[in-house]
Structure formats: C-alpha cells, structure tokens
Write a protein that binds this ligand. Sequence first.
Ligand SMILES: *Cc1c(COP(=O)(O)O)cnc(C)c1O
Length: 409
Amino acid sequence: MPYINENYLKLSAGYLFPEIARRVREFAAKNPEAKVIRMGIGDVTEPLAPACIEAMHKAVDEMGRRETFRGYGPEQGYDFLREAIAKNDYAARGAGVSADEIFVSDGSKCDCANILDILGHRNVIAVTDPVYPVYVDTNVMAGLTGPADARGEYGGLVYLRATAENGFVPELPTAQVDVIYLCSPNNPTGATMTRPQLEKWVAYARKHNSLILFDAAYEAYITDQSIPHSIYEIDGAAECAIEFRSFSKTAGFTGTRCAYTVVPKALRGKTVTGETVDLHRLWTRRHTTKFNGVSYIVQRGAEATYTDAGKQQTKALIEHYLANAAIIRQSLTIAGLKVFGGTNAPYCWVQTPRGAKSWDFFDHLLGNAHVVCTPGAGFGSAGEGYVRFSAFNSRANVIEAMKRVAEKL
Ligand SMILES: *Cc1c(COP(=O)(O)O)cnc(C)c1O
C-alpha cells in the first residue's frame, strides 16, 4: 500500500458546500412538493455572451481545417489574449502590467492553490476570517499548517478578522507575516478595499518584504469609481503582489474555464541562505512543466470579451447580477435585517436575526421559506451569525425568494 499525504487528514470535517447539498437533499426528499430556490451558490446562471459564442464557433471551425488547425499552444497563453488583457484590464487603468507577466490558466481556484508550489515552507501565512476556503485548505494540503483546533482553525496560520466593526476589511497584522491572501471584492462578505486601504497593505508588504496574493475574481462588479480594480493601480504593488483574475464571474466562464495570474517581473523571493530569486522565473518554470495551456477555442472566447460587442454584452451580464444584488439588499433591509455588501459584489452578507447561529438560520430559511443561503460559519469563525446570499440567479427566482424570506423571517 502507498503512503498517503497525511496533511489531507487534517482538513476539518466536511467541506461547506457538500454539507449544504446534503441538507437540501434531505429536505427535498421529505418535501417533494416544495420549490426550493438556491440563493447559496457561487456559480453564474446566465448564458455566455453572444460575442464569446461566435468567437468560439469560429475557432472550432479553424480547428477543423489543416491550414488553421492548432496543436499545443504556448503554456502561458496565446499572445492575442495576453495582449488584450494587458491593454484592457491594466493599461486602460494606468497599471503597468506587460503581456509577458500574464499567465493564462484554466481557473483561479487552481492558480491560488498552485502558487504554493513556488513558495517555501517557512513562511508565516495570513488569511482573513471569513475566508474563501480554498486559500486555507490548499495550505493544509501542502503541509504548511498544524492540525485544526476546536474552532476549525489551523496551527501556524494567522487569522485576520473581518467584522462589522472594521467594515469587513481586516486590520494590518501586528507581527511579521510573509504571505497574505486578500480578496476584493470579497467572497463571502461583498466588501471591497478602498484605495487608501490597499495603499496601507502595499506599504505593509513592502516594509515587511511580504507577498500579497490578491484575488480580484469579482473586480468587474465594482461600481464605485474610486475603488481600484487591480492591486497594480497602487504604486509599488508590482514589487509585492501576485494578482489572480478569472473570466468565471466576469464573463460567465465557470463552465468554460479561463483565468489568468499576473506575476510581475519585479517580484522577488529569497532562499534560506538569503539569496534573492525572481518569482516570475519560478512561476514560468512551474507553468511550463505542469501545465499545457488553455484550449485555443476557449482563449478565443475569452479574447472576445474585450471586443466592443463583448464588453457591452458582458457588462449587461454583470448588471443583471448587480440588479439582483440590489433587490436582495433592499428586500432584506426592509425586512429588518442588517445587510452588508451587494453594491460592488454579487454577494450580500447578512446578519442573522435575533443572534441566531448561521446554520440554525440556514435550516430555518430552508424549512420555512424553501430558500437556500450559505451559512457564514462555513467561511470561518468570524462568519458565525451571518449568512451569504448570492445574486447569481434569474430575476424571477430572486424576487420570489425575497418575498418568501420576508414572510417567513
Ligand atoms: C469563483 C471564485 C474564483 C474563480 O475561480 P475559477 O477557478 O477561476 O472559476 C476565484 N476566487 C474566488 C474568491 C471565487 O469566488
């Protein structure tokens, strides 16, 4: 028998979403007539933009002709896509990211996990609480933490609490941390980091030689003009930050799969003996050895999001979800709940009524309103007393779900 990676055994019992699915299945089995509305999922519901479909159809046809057929592409992505990203997502916002600092991939979830490949084992790693569970679990799997305690928190990780008091943007760490995960707009709280807040984090990272892993998967949902979409809009960030971006939530590519990671050439790490090493070189090596590129067809689809028609159509998709978020925010506020987020993000972070535990409120809404939300406690101990409502749904479902929740509070 082979030895296993025992770090997997440290993972605290049950991933959040399977547990939600189990409870919903159980409820549906006992109440087959109930029409359950899922307001818990972090997956898009609306079809792809026509510009993307058209570009992918054309690419499929190219693959069917000898003269235009393509085999392996560059591991880092085709230049046409990397250049479109550099121009539209960075140059247009005054952030100097060059095309060869962009690594196209099949998802930000994998990139967030894979980045640990090029980092050493001695780093002090900070995560926010509540947190996107992938950041924590991948550190556990890589053996970078101790076991979980009674609250499900792992030894060796620094938890930065995001609470109503600090507007769900954590304070700077009080001690040295080497790697920091930040997500803005945030999943699950829907909070965004302002320019002064980001400047403070970049200043901390530069002073302490820390690396910020900045997840901007929801940047397209930012409506407030003053909020940066990229950490590279902050001076000096290219020396201390890696940014993850994805077409999943911005263009509905959750099932199509395309994302990218920016690793600036100015980024440095060090060896145990104190030698300085270029992180861009290491990530290039990892990417070319362990990855063979995203499908040509999909990259053409992603490129189409930057055409005039593509921009307009994806903007309409985002506006649909943001209008849902506004309905959720408004309905739950009128119903007397305290609601955060939902203006620059597709998530509303809602305080449970009467101090209910998040799983109890989840069960109450499922049992009485037949509406599924996500219990905040599943994102970390600071998420206790909150639930997350997702705006990824049809308009009709959102309206119906909000009506039922208001009646059954
Ligand atoms: C959805 C999501 C992503 C995107 O993941 P993909 O693998 O690109 O689909 C990244 N980060 C967060 C926080 C997310 O919620």
